[in-house]
Design a protein. Structure first.
Length: 79
């Protein structure tokens, strides 16, 4: 299984979208500053997680959240 996740920086209010096969490990990497994309945006808040049966579907959902419509939905979720 794959996990699609969305984090929000409490510092900059920006979103980070990603997918992984090992969600717990990846979240710890983000929180400890070992991910360059989020290192300077700590602390982070977990906004959303989806479980997908395969990599292709996880990638499609990640791309959706990176699209214009997906970003609008994220704003609504966090407001």
């Amino acid at each position: 299984m794959y996990y699609v996740y969305i984090l929000q920086s409490l510092k900059t209010k920006e979103f980070y979208k990603g997918f992984t096969i090992n969600f717990d490990r990846r979240l710890k990497q983000h929180e400890s500053g070992r991910v360059l994309s989020t290192k300077y945006k700590l602390p982070l808040r977990l906004i959303h997680v989806e479980i997908c049966p395969n990599r292709r579907m996880a990638r499609e959902i990640e791309k959706y959240f990176k699209s214009g419509y997906g970003r609008e939905i994220l704003k609504e979720i966090t407001e």
